[in-house]
Design a protein around this ligand. Structure first.
Ligand code: UN1
Length: 508
């Protein structure tokens, strides 16, 4: 790990604020990053003070003045070079993600791959920031729209995808001509420092002002500074619904823009027409992958009554084969939770399930012993529950899967939609009537609806996000870039008279 940290230029004490390679001491408190894998201290970071924050924002404002003038395809070329650097550091960065966050090495590498993919997407996009042209109702007039950069984009990201979600925002924002100020999760500060080092190297090589990419590490107050700051026209925040509501209210209160990607309570419907050998691995990966800490993790399984027992038995068997342990070992399926607080939340959810009357068909538990010394390893579990119970309506960021029975597809869809969140959803069926109904306007109410694949593991090419308490924002592919730009409608008169719209006559 030491060589990896050196390659990524992470020292034992890092600067949690920086707009460049020559970062200065943060004046805020010192944060320690412990690995949930083995409980070891990986490194320390100085958080930003309010003064540091203002300096970073000031540098971002200055950098915006030049960055917005760089032609978009040229900005795309710089993002292309960032993608090249990420390719170069993929193994090191993916390993650090795995060690600092606790996801399996495969998933750590997969996360860096998502970053590389979004760079490629952003490069193409840099030549496609299209606006429409319209036909004016007036003679000798031309009307069109163009998209301009917004300014500073504040990015608040979560621990579970400590680097990819930032890159979905930043790479698009950069080709759009914005500058970014990133507040990563205080639980994963070192992966953020590593990314900042990689990005700054590219900016420096290209003589681009370092303020194009700012980093401010700190706790909740740093997020609040961003949300209330009128110098930050857009705040893109990923995390809990509670956090999103406070960001949304603060940004809304100053009529700024927010892009919110919050909690999910994702379900898969398993119809009697499902291909079960296809469905079981999708369910298990969705429920236990990243130790159930994806916003797209599968939390509820809505199973047709005629195959309920069969699915249950298959799951019990599959869960029996799961290998839990050090995520850096490639034979391991499930790593630790992020910290012991997450373990407490898992335990209280388990208690609540029991109090509500739920039955565990795969028993929960906290793992102990030399291999689990960090105290962050839990047993992925499966419980039979009812959808309306408060604990089932709530997103618990842990590998707890709930089983619910249904008899008609309408009932299954109502159960699937019957939660406050609306991120991801799926159905397993080989019946086209069922899948089409599920995808129709009378079907899933989520931002993501899949057929014969699970709820997690979305590709970057689609717009990513969800409805209701998930916050309504869309990031990543499709036309999500529009959120990072302002639209300007332009009307040009190339004639010699001044006809007014709507036929109004005004003569002087
Ligand atoms: C998240 O958990 O915040 O679809 C993002 C997925 C990943 C991204 C998850 N591509 O599971």
């Amino acid at each position: 790990m030491q060589t990896i940290l050196e390659t990524l230029r992470i020292s034992s004490t890092n600067h949690g604020i920086s707009t460049g390679l020559a970062a200065w001491e943060g004046r805020g408190e010192e944060l320690s990053s412990f690995s949930p894998v083995d409980g070891q201290l990986i490194g320390k970071v100085h958080a930003a003070s309010r003064e540091d924050y203002d300096t970073v924002i000031g540098q971002a404002q200055e950098a915006f003045k030049t960055w917005r003038l760089v032609p978009a395809p040229k900005r795309g070329d710089i993002v292309r070079q960032m993608g090249e650097q990420l390719r170069k550091y993929k193994t090191e960065l993916g390993t650090l993600v795995s060690y600092e966050m606790g996801k399996s090495l495969q998933e750590g590498l997969g996360e860096v791959q998502e970053m590389i993919d979004i760079c490629d997407f952003a490069v193409g996009l840099s030549r496609q920031l299209y606006g429409l042209t319209m036909h004016s109702e007036r003679p000798s007039h031309r009307m069109y729209e163009q998209w301009h950069p917004l300014g500073i984009v504040g990015i608040i990201s979560a621990f579970n995808f400590p680097v990819a979600v930032w890159s979905w925002n930043s790479m698009l924002a950069w080709v759009c001509g914005d500058v970014c100020v990133w507040k990563p999760s205080e639980k994963t500060p070192l992966t953020a420092v590593a990314c900042q080092n990689i990005i700054q190297e590219v900016l420096k090589t290209n003589d681009v002002p370092e303020g194009v990419s700012g980093l401010i590490i700190g706790g909740r107050e740093v997020g609040e500074w961003l949300s209330h700051d009128e110098r930050v026209p857009l705040v893109s925040a990923t995390g809990s619904t509670r956090m999103g509501k406070s960001v949304g209210q603060a940004v809304g209160g100053r009529l700024g823009r927010s892009l919110l990607e919050l909690g999910g309570n994702n379900a898969i419907i398993i119809s009697q027409h499902a291909d079960l050998p296809l469905a079981i691995p999708a369910i298990v990966f969705g429920a236990v992958g990243t130790a159930g800490q994806r916003c797209t993790s599968t939390r509820r399984l809505i199973i047709h009554e005629s195959i309920y027992e069969d699915v249950k038995q298959r799951l019990v068997k599959a869960y029996g084969q799961l290998r839990i342990g050090n995520p850096l070992d490639s034979n391991i399926h499930v790593g630790p939770l992020i910290d012991t607080l997450a373990v407490k939340n898992y335990q209280s959810a388990v208690d609540e399930v029991r109090i509500a009357g739920g039955t565990f068909v795969v028993e929960p538990g906290v793992l102990t012993g030399a291999d689990f010394a960090s105290g962050c390893y839990v047993q992925p579990c499966v419980a039979e529950v009812e959808n309306h119970w408060p604990i089932v309506q709530h997103e618990t960021f842990a590998p707890i899967l709930y089983l619910i029975k249904y008899s008609t597809l309408d009932e299954a869809i109502a159960l699937q939609n019957g939660v406050p969140q609306g991120l991801s959803s799926a159905i397993f069926t080989l019946n086209v009537r069922e899948s089409e109904l599920f995808l129709s306007q009378a079907g899933s109410d989520c931002g993501i609806a899949n057929v014969n694949i699970g709820t997690s593991g979305a590709e970057i090419g689609g717009a990513f996000g969800g409805e209701k308490e998930t916050g309504g924002g869309r990031e990543s592919g499709s036309d999500a870039w529009r959120a990072y730009m302002r639209r300007q409608t332009n009307t040009i008169n190339y004639g010699t008279t001044l006809p007014l719209a709507q036929g109004i006559k005004f003569e002087i």
